[in-house]
Write a protein of this length. Structure first.
Length: 266
């Protein structure tokens, strides 16, 4: 299970769930209370909002320098625009400029301390930078916030942060809560499948991973985990079928190389 959570975390930025990936960051909702419209009037407010939206769009496309330019423009127009600082913090984080990212996170927490989107993003930043306990406290605050519209994402990220702390029991509790909101969430089922495999509960692991297979959420990681579980259960027919999928879809993957050398227990 080594490093599997890290691959999941960074596969999608601000764009919803694709296959077995999780959205790590929240895009701010423009026009929410965190945008201080009262501070800048008329055309300037609209110009700042347009620059912010462009910044978000470029971030989604991984065009970080261009996103940074647009966000800087938004902030120069409206220095009180909390969402611009929040999104710029995410850009800096992706550019591994952690000191600058933290400065912006601290700014946005002062400007919009009750915004769950920014709080969730800051929590993930803290988790990735050795402040897991502080991050978990913030995740719990976000999860309890009834105005927050993405509890599954926050629960999954709290679970991933728990794994980083090597607390599998706590991680499983967060993933189980996420499952109650969305039984078919790909990230939740993948993580629960990994944890079941680690506990040698092959049948339960197969239950979770089969949900991913059913919706064709194929990644090398999903297929390899499913193959390993079938191998443990001696389900040769299912295992053979999945091996065909892995070979056909991802012949150059590390996971297929592991299968070829029979490294089922690595």
């Amino acid at each position: 299970m080594r490093n599997f959570w890290r691959r999941i975390c960074f596969c999608v930025i601000l764009s919803g769930i694709l296959t077995a990936c999780t959205t790590t960051y929240d895009a701010p909702k423009l026009g929410s209370p965190s945008v201080n419209d009262g501070q800048v009037q008329g055309s300037d407010a609209k110009r700042a909002a347009i620059r912010l939206q462009l910044g978000i769009s470029y971030l989604q496309q991984d065009q970080f320098p261009v996103a940074l330019k647009e966000l800087n423009n938004a902030i120069s127009i409206d220095p009180t625009l909390a969402d611009a600082y929040g999104v710029r913090a995410v850009v800096y984080m992706q550019m591994q400029e952690n000191n600058l990212a933290e400065q912006d996170f601290l700014r946005v927490m002062k400007l919009a301390p009750n915004n769950p989107d920014h709080t969730s993003n800051y929590a993930w930043f803290l988790c990735q930078n050795g402040k897991e306990k502080q991050a978990m406290d913030m995740f719990d605050r976000v999860i309890k916030d009834r105005t927050y519209t993405q509890p599954v994402k926050a629960l999954n990220n709290a679970g991933l942060c728990s794994l980083k702390m090597k607390d599998d029991v706590l991680a499983e509790s967060y993933f189980a809560q996420a499952l109650r909101f969305d039984v078919n969430n790909a990230t939740t089922n993948l993580n629960l499948a990994h944890l079941s495999y680690k506990k040698q509960d092959w049948t339960r692991g197969q239950f979770y991973v089969n949900r991913l297979i059913k919706v064709e959420a194929y990644t090398p990681e999903v297929l390899w985990l499913a193959i390993k579980i079938d191998h443990k259960l001696n389900d040769l027919i299912s295992e053979s079928s999945l091996v065909v999928q892995l070979r056909r879809r991802f012949p150059e993957s590390d996971e297929y190389a592991k299968f070829q050398r029979g490294a089922f227990d690595e």
